[in-house]
Design a protein around this ligand. Structure first.
Ligand SMILES: Cc1cc2nc3c(=O)[nH]c(=O)nc-3n(C[C@H](O)[C@H](O)[C@H](O)COP(=O)(O)O)c2cc1C
Length: 223
């Protein structure tokens, strides 16, 4: 592909329905090689990445869906959306509304909303998922920002290879299950996961395209 950076970053978006066609192992390796060039605090390179595909992915998905149905949650971090306020909360609600509306799920349809959430744990039918674990240091702010940077490198490299993706905090809601399933030691904490594969462009779940505010909302210039 021969896109400018501006085109590439605008091309990346979150997909919520994938084709089951797997991505070639060599391509996944190239994406991982690209993402390895991510900068990090003191060059600590703290990302601990687990790629899940095939039977392992299906097995893990079943375990996550079961835990979700039973209401068994054990996230490593506090992901409570109720902490959002003001414009952050407005944007979060707008995003949820756009997703439910695309699927035709009404506000009052509790079962429909549960099902829409559950689709996260089925990786939106993606053939692969990356789980991003991290060691804990202090208040975790530095290391979490490094993992966030890694994730964006990974997402953009996928985009440059014509592969769709979605980062998912929801994949971190059952951290013990993921650790047990993948043999990850207890000291590694799960920040989030990324489902990836070829997007199903016909799906209504992919009809949502979230916008962005103008830079004036986020940037101040000082002279
Ligand atoms: C760290 C992170 C976690 C996210 N978690 C979820 C998630 O659990 N489920 C989901 O459907 N979308 C999730 N998203 C996707 C966001 O909703 C999406 O990035 C945002 O609405 C902007 O849309 P875009 O990615 O299509 O540009 C997450 C995004 C990020 C960066």
């Amino acid at each position: 592909m021969n896109n400018t950076f501006g085109e590439l970053i605008r091309m990346r978006r979150s997909y919520r329905q994938f084709l089951s066609t797997p991505v070639n192992d060599e391509v996944i390796k190239q994406v991982l090689e690209d993402a390895q060039y991510t900068p990090s605090n003191c060059n600590t390179q703290p990302w601990d990445v687990h790629i899940v595909s095939g039977n392992k992915k299906d097995e893990l998905s079943k375990a996550l869906v079961k835990a979700n149905k039973e209401g068994k949650f054990n996230p490593d971090f506090d992901f409570d959306v109720n902490h959002y306020y003001g414009r952050y909360s407005d944007r979060q609600k707008e995003q949820g509304k756009a997703y439910y509306e695309a699927l035709g799920v009404k506000r009052t349809d509790i079962e429909g909303r549960k099902r829409a959430t559950e689709r996260n744990l089925e990786f939106f039918n993606a053939p692969h998922a990356a789980f991003l674990f991290m060691p804990k240091f202090g208040d975790n702010v530095r290391v979490a920002s490094d993992i966030g940077m890694y994730a964006q490198s990974f997402l953009l490299s996928l985009t440059s290879h014509g592969i769709g993706s979605i980062p998912q905090t929801l994949l971190g809601f059952h951290a013990d299950i993921v650790r047990d399933n993948l043999g990850v030691p207890e000291e590694m904490k799960l920040l989030f996961g990324i489902s990836f594969g070829y997007p199903d462009l016909e799906s209504i779940a992919n009809s949502v395209r979230m916008g962005r505010d103008s830079i004036e909302k986020n940037v101040s210039f000082h002279n």
